[in-house]
Structure formats: C-alpha cells, structure tokens
Write a protein that binds this ligand. Structure first.
Ligand SMILES: Cc1ncc(COP(=O)(O)O)c(C=O)c1O
Length: 406
C-alpha cells in the first residue's frame, strides 16, 4: 500500500513502502530466478514520474555522469565545461572519463552556472557541458541549450540536488540530453546511496546501460539484467564493450522505489521549510536569498543566502545563529579548482591528459564571481520532517538578522 500522508506530519523520512520492498528483496534471496526485480521497478517508476522515456539506475550520482560521458565517447583531450560552485562529483566524473574539466563562472544572484561564461569557455576541444541545478533550482537552460546546439555539445544535467524542479513549465531533467540524480543520504529522495539517469534518446540509453553493466550484450535501455538463459552456452559472447559494474544494489533500489512513490511530500517538505526562511529574511538588504525567477520552481535541497554585509564575517553570522538556538549552517564547498588536488595536480594519472594550457587555468582568478560569493554563502538545512521545527529555525534566523541591526 502506498502511503500518501504528508512527510512533515509524520516526522519521518522513510514512511511508505520501504520496509515492504526491502523484505521482498530479502525474501528473494537475491536470486534472479526468484527475482524481486527492484532495479527495473525503480527505473519504470522514475521514468514515469519524470516524464522520461528511459531511466537507468546507478550505484550513485557520480557514476551516472561518468557513464554518460563514457557512453557519449568523451575521453582524453576533450574538454567538458562545469561550474566550480558545486559538490566536486560533477568535476570528478569528467576526470574519471580522462577528460579535461573547464570551469565556467556563475551568476551572483542565482548562484547557477551562467550561459555567458560558458560561451566564453568554448574552444574547438569542447565536447560537453555539465550543468548543475544548484541547491534545487535549474540554471537558465534555454540559453545553455542554444549554445550547445550551435557548437554541437552534449549536455548532462546534474540534478543531484533537484527533484521535480521546474523551468518554464518543464520538469528539470528533461531539458538537456540526459539528466543525473543522486539518492545519497542528504538528497530529496534517499536510499543511502544510489543514482539515476534519464533520457529520451534510445541510442544514448542503450550505451549508458552497457557502461553501467560491464558492457553486457544482454542488457539494454529497458533491460536491467542479463537473463540466465543467455549464459547457458559456453560460446556465449558476453561483453560487447568495456564497462563498469555501476548497478544499484537491489536493497537500495527497494528503498528508492518507495521514495519515488512519496516524492511529492518529500519535496514539498523542503519547499515549505524554505518558504518560512524566505519570509523570515525579508527586509534585510545585506542578506540575499538565492534569486528565483518567475519561470523557475526551486525545490530547495537547501535554502541559501549570500551575506553581503561587509562588517559581519561568515563565522560571526553562523555563531550568532547557533547561539540563538539555530541548528547550524553549512558553508558552500570550496570551489573545485581551488582544491589541493588541482594545485598539486594529484589526479591519479589523469593530469597526463590535461594540456599545460588547461592546467594553468586552475588557479585563483579563473571564476571571479564564484570566488567572491562562495565564501559568503550560508546554506540552511530544509529537511525538517516536522514543520514546527522549521518554523522555529526560521524565527531564529529572523532574530539573528535583527540582532546585527541593533
Ligand atoms: C551537485 C551534486 N552532484 C553530484 C553529487 C554526487 O552524488 P553521489 O554522492 O550520489 O555520487 C552530489 C552529491 O552527493 C551533488 O550534490
């Protein structure tokens, strides 16, 4: 039975069919003959909910993007444009494919990768762009897709932080050539670890599946597992390409399936909490919440504001919020190209594929807007399963803001 009650009213995150489906997997003893088929059931449910023709599940939301790049044939010498203000997995996927990450700057108000900066980074070696729907909101995808069309670039949407966001009326995830999602524990939907790719392109879906499942001949866009019958032949040719075992474990797929069934309340809980924070922050011109344009629906993986007050440090603000009873605030990530691995070029051999010219870019000054705003961003959690807790936190935010005006 699918539970439809509001997540926020239950003070719980896993309140639907999670246990039931996990039990089905246990009862199947992981035998394909008894088969609970959770992986495939999850893919069908996800594709349907996201209005996509194909959904391919993964072990996490980094393997997804690596697989998409491999499936598209991206490798040594190819440049892939990414934002630097994001969780580093976006860039890791590019490095895992032996390609070169090229960093484009972000917009100071939406915090999203900007089409203008992408345009300035395109070279004859550029083959792809990975956009990130940062904090739960899409970048300006029309402008980015126009550039992609003009320069024949492959676009992966990294939507690890965005489930059921909207851009100009469309579901975020249906805008690029394919889109990646993560079920890591902090995300809107979670099975601890896990990931998904959606696409409408059958050829791409076939290739992504092969990369996800050891290049097996017997798997395809909508076929998640090889069948026993296929392999009852000593001359059976299994591997038509190289691949990885990037399959989601059945136990995680069971939990993720139940989470997909409850996706609306799970997302709405965060949106409701964010609305309280937005309201509490009104009237302080030195504290700027992420700007959400009229054609965007933000799903608020986290609620984020930029501290513009020149006399208050990030730590002072955080400490005051905590002193007044706040749950704690997260800092944005250090920009990826400023991480030590780029300074030392310790990329486990991938550095050999990166030209001297590209290597020289990985230093301060590359993305001035991101460098200016990232250390001023305050990320507030939105995953309050009881809205009363979020209300209290929003009031503490208001009190914190007021305390600096006294
Ligand atoms: C924007 C972004 N991309 C990719 C990932 C990677 O997902 P995973 O942890 O499932 O590999 C994450 C989060 O973990 C993320 O926030």
């Amino acid at each position: 039975m699918t539970t439809t009650k509001q997540a926020s009213a239950t003070a719980a995150r896993l309140y639907g069919n999670e246990l039931k489906y996990v039990t089905e997997v246990i009862d199947s003893e992981f035998r394909s003959s008894k088969g609970s088929g959770m992986m495939r059931r999850l893919e069908e449910a996800f594709a349907e909910r996201f209005d996509a023709k194909y959904a391919i599940s993964f072990v996490n939301g980094t393997a997804t993007m690596h697989a998409a790049l491999e499936a598209y044939g991206i490798g040594p010498g190819d440049e892939v444009i990414v934002p630097p203000l994001t969780m580093s997995a976006t860039t890791f996927a590019v490095l895992q494919a032996n390609a070169t990450p090229v960093f484009a700057d972000v917009d100071a108000d939406t915090f999203q990768i900007s089409a203008e900066s992408i345009a300035a980074r395109i070279t004859p070696k550029t083959r792809a762009i990975i956009t990130v729907a940062l904090y739960g909101m899409s970048p300006d995808m029309d402008a980015i897709m126009a550039l992609a069309k003009q320069h024949n670039l492959f676009v992966i949407e990294d939507n690890a932080q965005c489930f059921l966001g909207k851009y100009k009326g469309k579901i975020v995830g249906t805008l690029g050539h394919c889109a990646s999602f993560s079920f890591q524990s902090s995300k809107h939907l979670s099975s601890g670890e896990g990931g998904m790719i959606i696409t409408d392109d059958i050829e791409l879906a076939e290739k992504i599946r092969k990369v996800q499942s050891l290049g097996y001949a017997g798997v395809g866009a909508t076929k998640a597992k090889i069948t026993k019958k296929d392999i009852q032949d000593p001359y059976y040719s299994r591997h038509v390409t190289m691949g990885w075992n990037y399959r989601i474990p059945e136990l995680c797929a069971a939990v993720a399936l139940a989470q997909v069934e409850n996706i609306e309340p799970l997302v709405q809980t965060r949106v409701d909490a964010a609305a309280l924070f937005t309201n509490a922050a009104k009237g302080f011109d030195w504290f700027k919440p992420q700007f959400v344009g009229p054609e965007y629906v933000n799903t608020y993986w986290t609620w984020v504001a930029r501290l513009d007050h020149t006399d208050i440090t990030w730590h002072e603000f955080r400490d005051r919020f905590v002193e007044l009873g706040g749950d704690g605030v997260y800092a944005a990530w250090k920009l990826t190209y400023l991480e030590p691995m780029f300074e030392t070029m310790n990329l486990l051999g991938r550095e050999d594929f990166i030209s001297a010219e590209n290597r020289a870019q990985y230093k301060p000054g590359l993305c001035p807007v991101a460098e200016r705003i990232a250390p001023r961003l305050l990320q507030f959690k939105t995953n309050y399963w009881n809205l009363a807790d979020a209300e209290r936190q929003a009031e503490i935010l208001r009190a914190t803001l007021q305390s600096f005006e006294k």
